[in-house]
Design a protein around this ligand. Structure first.
Ligand code: COA
Length: 172
């Protein structure tokens, strides 16, 4: 049976190995170690028969207006999500994302953003962020790659600007 639960310190080593295996390099696993301690982070694992088969991390991001001033709106950034290579395409990533978004909403986040595959995330309600909401990011990526989802309906209705990830993301 698959269980989605909050990550604990006992999971850190298994999560490191899992994330490195999923991405085929250690960079994202190192990123997880750097950003997991951020205040407000939500880190979940998927566990199957005592084996960690998936992991997802959400951290707070900052929306700044055209004058580079931070806006008073609580937004989560989804990054990274990873599923053990032998366990991919069986719905684990989807369950991590859906449960994670529920927990983000419960924690008071009104929206979530991510950089990712445009074929995958729209099924969870993510839309191209700039063309849909007028919200861009500091990353120079095509519009469909930077996506956003309102967790509270209308949350992005009156805001626009640029999402800033924590500087600990630099280098990824
Ligand atoms: C992306 C990832 C987390 C998805 O988890 P998963 O458990 O395999 O996903 P699910 O089983 O919920 O969904 C499977 C769907 O995702 C799609 N998918 C998986 N990886 C994809 C990718 N790189 N590009 C586009 N679609 C992808 C599959 O094609 C499948 O689509 P279908 O349902 O139309 O056949 C997992 O494949 C993974 O760990 N990939 C390597 C790390 C990575 O790229 N992470 C995301 C960037 S932060």
């Amino acid at each position: 049976m698959l269980v989605i639960r909050p990550e604990t310190q006992q999971d850190y080593a298994a999560v490191y190995d899992l994330v490195a295996a999923a991405f085929g390099k250690p960079d994202e696993a190192e990123l997880v170690n750097r950003i997991r301690p951020l205040s407000g982070a939500i880190s979940l694992v998927a566990e199957e028969q005592a084996i960690i088969v998936g992991h997802i991390l959400f951290t707070p991001v900052v929306l700044k207006d055209e004058n580079n001033l931070p806006l008073d709106i609580k937004i989560a950034g989804l990054a990274p999500v990873a599923v053990l290579p032998g366990k991919q395409k069986s719905g684990i990533g989807g369950q991590l994302i859906e449960r994670g978004l529920e927990l983000c909403e419960s924690a008071g986040f009104v929206g979530c953003v991510l950089l990712g595959h445009p074929e995958y995330y729209p099924r969870f309600g993510f839309q191209p962020s700039l063309s849909t909401f007028g919200i861009t990011s500091t990353y120079d990526v095509p519009d469909p790659v930077f996506m956003a989802k309102e967790l509270v309906p209308g949350a992005f209705g009156d805001v626009s600007g640029t999402i800033h990830y924590n500087p600990l993301f630099n280098g990824i």
